[in-house]
Design a protein around this ligand. Structure first.
Ligand code: PLP
Length: 427
């Protein structure tokens, strides 16, 4: 679909919904209500909506716990001992990885630390880490504290890949320049696959190749990418990645995160790692006296036996992803943001800058709209009108139409209200 195919009428958006092969999925989610009506929920990039099947899946585990107590580890309908394994295949498919490369465990920032313990290996003067500027604060804190933990100085050892003056998106040429000029000092490139603030989507393969060509380890935080982009994480060659599951992956607030460790490291038992019993050989785990014998692949990074209830929600959610498929979701997502951009442009709104790249291949579901004057007032106006979106200082509204449950009419209604709000507070 090209931009010229769009027209500006509400009827046209309604027609796209009628023709949308994924439209049926909206009914599989609880849509938050505002004054008795469906909200215009555009913040699935922050907290995804609840799949209606989640309740049943959680109740099944509560019932089995009531019925079996500890025996549920073996006798629950979905036994708890291997429960995380019921998630692995679907989670790996979401990010384009092989099942042995992925495991669900812990929460995201914990996983970032665990992976940095293994993959940030400062050696002599090769000790710097490159991150994109305006990265998510938790990642910045994690990376800085890891540098300190390894005896470095984060003010010297952290390199920010920054946008050029007056721009928001970063450019690959600038990363290439950083790497070319400091390759002997850089140990790791660690980038958010989709930047949370600008919505810029990065080319994992290109960044990985750049790193590997220069003897640099490459990892990604895919918190804003998993369930949003049809990544080919294995083929990208990335060394490691981590992501949470409560954003696009709809797995409940604060639910478990995942890691990816590329197959080439699956038997890298010489890498330092923080160990726990759930990463130990399954056959002898309950022998309880053996020295640590790590599992091959991502599973070897596990620490603890994981909580079953949030994994039950995740199981419900991932089944929907498995059925819908990431490539169909990505196609609809592109159409949703293309329609939104078209409508915004066709109304020639003033006082608005879109800081997300315009090229559809350089962004996912999210558009970040920088409102130059009275942004907070416009945002509050939208909220009152039933839009649930996300506000970031100094003036950015982040909007994410999500292909599983948002409609083209949601997009039309949002742009209409945005136009009204801008007129109200901008003149
Ligand atoms: C959402 C998000 C986080 C949140 O970390 P938690 O450990 O889940 O609280 C961290 N990093 C990025 C890039 C995020 O988008």
């Amino acid at each position: 679909m090209s931009m010229d195919d769009f027209d500006d009428r509400l009827e046209y958006a309604a027609k796209l919904d009628r023709e949308d092969p994924l439209a049926k999925y909206r009914d599989q989610f609880h849509i938050p209500q505002v004054e008795g009506q469906d909200s215009i929920y555009l913040t699935g990039n922050s907290l995804g909506l609840q799949p209606k099947t989640a309740r049943e899946y959680v109740l099944e585990e509560l019932d089995d716990w009531a019925k079996y107590g500890v025996e549920g580890h073996l006798h629950a309908r979905h036994p708890w001992l291997p429960y995380h394994e019921f998630l692995t295949e679907n989670m790996a498919a979401v990010v384009g990885a092989h099942p042995g490369e992925v495991v669900v465990m812990n929460s995201l920032t914990v996983n970032v630390h665990l992976l940095l313990v293994s993959f940030y290996r400062p050696d002599g003067k090769k000790r710097k880490i490159v991150v994109e500027s305006d990265l998510f604060p938790s990642d910045l804190y994690a990376v800085r504290s890891q540098i300190e933990f390894h005896g470095g100085n984060p003010d010297e050892d952290l390199i920010l890949w920054k946008p050029r003056e007056g721009k928001y998106a970063v450019r690959y040429e600038d990363l290439e320049y950083i790497v070319a000029s400091q390759r002997d000092e850089i140990a790791l490139i660690f980038i958010g696959g989709v930047n949370y603030y600008t919505g810029q989507l990065f080319d994992l393969t290109r960044i990985t190749r750049l790193g590997h060509d220069n003897d640099i380890i490459v990892g990604f935080d895919l918190a804003h990418g998993a369930g949003n982009i049809d990544f080919e994480l294995h083929n990208s060659g990335a060394d490691f990645a981590a992501w949470c599951s409560y954003k696009y992956l709809n797995s409940s607030p604060g639910s478990l995160a995942s890691i990816f460790v590329h197959e080439r490291h699956q038997a890298a038992f010489d890498l330092p790692r923080f160990a726990g019993w759930w990463g130990h050989n399954k056959k002898t785990r309950f022998g309880m006296r053996d020295p640590f014998d790590p599992l091959p692949g991502a599973e070897g990074w596990q620490l603890s036996n994981p909580p079953i209830l949030p994994m039950a929600v995740m199981r419900a959610s991932l089944e929907i992803f498995q059925e819908a498929g990431m490539s169909a979701l990505r196609s609809k997502s592109k159409a949703l943001t293309e329609l939104m951009l078209h409508l915004i442009r066709s109304r020639s709104m003033s006082g608005l800058t879109i800081i997300t790249p315009e090229n559809v291949d350089e962004r996912g579901c999210q558009l970040s709209l920088y409102i130059l004057n009275n942004g907070k007032k416009v945002f509050d106006f939208l909220t009152k009108k039933g839009v649930i979106a996300d506000w970031r200082e100094p003036g950015v509204i982040r909007i994410a139409p999500v292909p599983l449950y948002n409609t083209f009419v949601d997009v039309w209604n949002f742009v209409n209200l945005l136009d009204e709000g801008l007129h109200k507070f901008n003149d």
